[in-house]
Write a protein that binds this ligand. Structure first.
Ligand code: NDP
Ligand code: 8X3
Length: 249
């Protein structure tokens, strides 16, 4: 049985990915800060299939401890799903909070590259795979996207750069770049369930399960085949965004 290491498994895309991978025959290390949610996943799917690693991805010592304490049967990692991440705020750059910006950089960029670097030797040994959840926000900007968009452009591009460095190792690397997925993402970003409900209302957004199924499909492809980038959107969202500001009001 193969092992996946899925970050951000307490909600949304990550939680759905753990369920879908287990259903497809994988065992998973499921990470996140909310212990009760990870405990519930273990209870639902079984301790032989899910190991809960409770840590804040921004805390390097806690990350090291979680990796060092992996039970033997979960320690040989075949698939890393770099999913944990967040947006904070939608204010324009000139009104944004620097603390929010730092949190996004620490989580979406620093923690993601750190964990990837720490797990690379295991992934190379197993000729495994890395799937990073970037975003369309890394390719198409929108007002208030600022540092979130920048962090996801980094995630998208770092993932492609990994492909180059891992040339010849047999490790497959994929950047998944979704548009609107209804999860806790907008609740976290805005702090408002109402704002979240309004954003998704009538849009028929993608679900965590949609992205999870895509990850399972990619992870199950034959070892000679690599999906480099995959951009997904709900049919009701598109990427046309040019604007003109006129001096005459
Ligand atoms: P959710 O808010 O539903 O889930 C985010 C997950 O990330 C949670 O499990 C959360 O766990 C974890 N996480 C956040 N910060 C930390 C931290 N400091 N330490 C450990 N875990 C952390 O959002 P999504 O499922 O939507 O987001 C998953 C990924 O998908 C993110 O990288 C996001 O940028 C990306 N994405 C989302 C899109 C969307 O429209 N929803 C579209 C494109 C990309 P906990 O809080 O328990 O620690
Ligand atoms: C999340 C998608 O469009 O809200 O990465 O930025 S979007």
């Amino acid at each position: 049985m193969k092992t996946a290491f899925v970050t951000g498994a307490t909600a949304g895309i990550g939680e759905a990915t753990v369920r879908a991978l287990v259903q497809a025959g994988w065992r998973c290390v499921a990470t996140g800060r909310r212990k009760e949610r990870l405990d519930a996943l273990v209870a639902e799917l079984g301790p032989d299939r899910v190991h809960a690693a409770i840590f804040d991805v921004r805390d390097e010592a806690a990350m090291d401890e979680a990796i060092a304490n992996l039970p033997t049967e979960f320690a040989a990692v075949d698939l890393l799903v770099n999913n944990a991440g967040l947006a904070q705020g939608l204010a324009p750059a000139q009104k944004s909070s620097l603390d929010d910006w730092q949190t996004m950089i620490d989580t979406n960029v620093t923690a993601m590259v750190r964990l990837t670097r720490k797990l690379l030797p295991r992934l190379i040994e197993r000729k495994g795979a890395i799937v990073t959840i970037g975003s369309v926000a890394g390719s198409y900007v929108y007002p208030g996207g600022n540092v979130y968009a920048g962090s996801k452009a980094f995630a998208n591009h770092f993932t492609l750069a990994l492909r180059a460095d891992l040339h010849g190792t047999g490790v497959r690397v994929t950047s998944i770049e979704p548009g609107m997925v209804e999860t806790e993402f907008t609740l976290v970003r805005t702090g408002s369930q109402q704002a979240s409900d309004e954003l998704y209302r009538g849009a028929d957004p993608m679900t965590g399960e949609d992205i999870a199924d895509t990850i399972v499909w990619i992870a199950g492809l034959p070892p000679h085949l690599n999906i480099n980038r995959l951009e997904l959107m709900p049919v009701n969202q598109d990427f046309a965004g040019f604007r003109v500001a006129r001096g005459d009001g």
